[in-house]
Design a protein around this ligand. Structure first.
Ligand code: MN
Length: 428
């Protein structure tokens, strides 16, 4: 993926708020779905603190870019995702020219603060991976201190099929789930509100063009099937999880709610921030050929900083800033996004446009970069003290978790993902 005029650090927009904007400068141009008041859901592109509805871009575009804008103008981005990378790239070139300083046309924009942002695609299927190796190690240590990673980890990109119906946009409140709990300290299971509610900082991957059943996506082609990225909070009920997941994977502990940031940051916007996959440590097994591609290893990873913040009711009341719980980076993923796509389909499974993957919790190697309270508080045994003196083992009602992410590099304009936030409300 090469850089072009849309990445030029000198490029400025006639939308003045975009110039120097920490999230959505003209070099980003993420796609999403929004509505205003009781109006319909519409596709749009973020520029500074405004949204350009894609339908209003159509008259100013030509050829494939025009077709792409029409496909993305409706209530979901699935038709645009289905068109694949060439259409998305043409749309980016067209939108960049239309929003750049010097453009003759200046279509009307919507103020982002007046808009509601929605889940941008109709998600047929959602799959959650486990590719954050430090998280897998830290979580495994709680059960197997000597041998935290299971023997399959470095051979198989481990995942489970999640629940698409409860993937919700940032800002939607998160209801504490009820369920069965049986901690080791109790002899019988009980039913009631989750006591150990947690978050998981993950990267979300939007699938573009799918594949036919029985026709796996080759690793070398896998990147062409990714439409973009978002932030994803895989809210997790640790007590429910500990009891129900014997022996199968997550069920009610995860299916009550997943939050995503609403803007789809495209592979093109992230092109300046591509990185080599960190070399596999000496002694790690060589993956099977269907998981290995030299070009993917050389440039298939991303360098994106990931931040988790907590705003408690007491902080909100005192008008304090949220407290940072961690700062990590996408470089801590053991498997690349292309490896996830190739593995998902190798047995014949068909992906569809608008399918969503979670990367797995991303943790750095040190405590200030752990992506879940499970790790920060060692399963609740070591409470974390916040700057205002409050203490948390797990999340309490009224707590809000906020994810942010930014990509920066010398010689490029930094871009952001916008926020992924959710406030916990009491169980029903
Ligand atoms: Mn997860």
């Amino acid at each position: 993926m090469s850089l072009d005029a849309t990445h030029d650090p000198k490029l400025k927009s006639w939308v003045t708020s975009a110039n120097g904007h920490a999230e959505f400068p003209i070099q980003n141009l993420p796609l999403g779905v929004f509505s205003v008041k009781d109006g319909p859901k519409r596709g749009g592109v973020a520029i500074g603190d405004r949204i350009l509805p894609l339908a209003d871009a159509v008259p100013h575009l030509k050829g494939l870019a025009k077709k792409a804008a029409k496909a993305g103008a409706g209530a979901t981005l699935n038709p645009l995702f289905a068109m694949g990378p060439a259409a998305r790239q043409a749309l980016r070139l067209g939108l960049s020219a239309l929003l750049a300083k010097g453009s003759e046309a200046k279509p009307e924009l919507v103020k982002m603060k007046d808009a509601t942002l929605h889940v941008p695609a109709s998600i047929g299927d959602y799959t959650d991976f486990f590719a954050g190796i430090n998280h897998a190690t830290n979580a495994g240590k709680q059960f197997r201190p000597e041998n935290p990673l299971l023997p399959n980890y470095k051979h198989v990109p481990v995942a489970y099929h999640g629940r698409a119906s409860s993937v919700r946009a940032s800002g939607t409140t998160v209801r504490r789930p009820n369920g069965q709990r049986k901690p080791g300290s109790e002899t019988e299971p009980s039913f009631g509100p989750c006591r150990n509610l947690d978050y998981e900082m993950e990267f979300g991957i939007w699938i573009g063009q799918g594949n036919d059943e029985g026709k796996p996506i080759a690793i070398g082609d896998a990147a062409n099937h990714i439409a973009g990225y978002c932030l994803l909070n895989d809210w997790s009920a640790r007590d429910i999880q500990g009891w129900e997941a014997q022996p199968l994977g997550p069920f009610l502990a995860k299916n009550f709610h997943t939050s995503i940031s609403p803007w789809v940051v495209t592979p093109e916007a992230l092109a300046p921030f591509r990185a080599a996959q960190p070399p596999r440590p000496a002694g790690d097994p060589q993956p099977f050929p269907y998981l290995w591609d030299d070009a993917d290893q050389a440039g298939g990873a991303l360098d994106v900083a990931l931040e988790v913040l907590l705003l408690t009711p007491a902080m909100r009341k005192a008008k304090q800033e949220p407290a940072r719980l961690s700062l990590a980076n996408t470089s801590h993923l053991y498997w690349t996004f292309a490896q996830m796509v190739a593995h998902h389909t190798v047995g014949g499974c068909n992906l569809n446009p608008g399918d969503l993957f979670g990367s797995g919790t991303i943790s750095s190697t040190t405590e200030d970069g752990f992506g879940a309270l499970l790790e920060i508080t060692q399963g609740g045994r070591k409470p974390v003290t916040l700057p205002n003196g409050e203490v948390r083992r797990f999340l309490e009602d009224g707590d809000e978790i906020i994810f942010r992410a930014h990509a920066s590099k010398a010689g490029a304009v930094s871009i952001g993902f916008g926020e992924c936030r959710g406030v916990i409300v009491p169980a029903a």
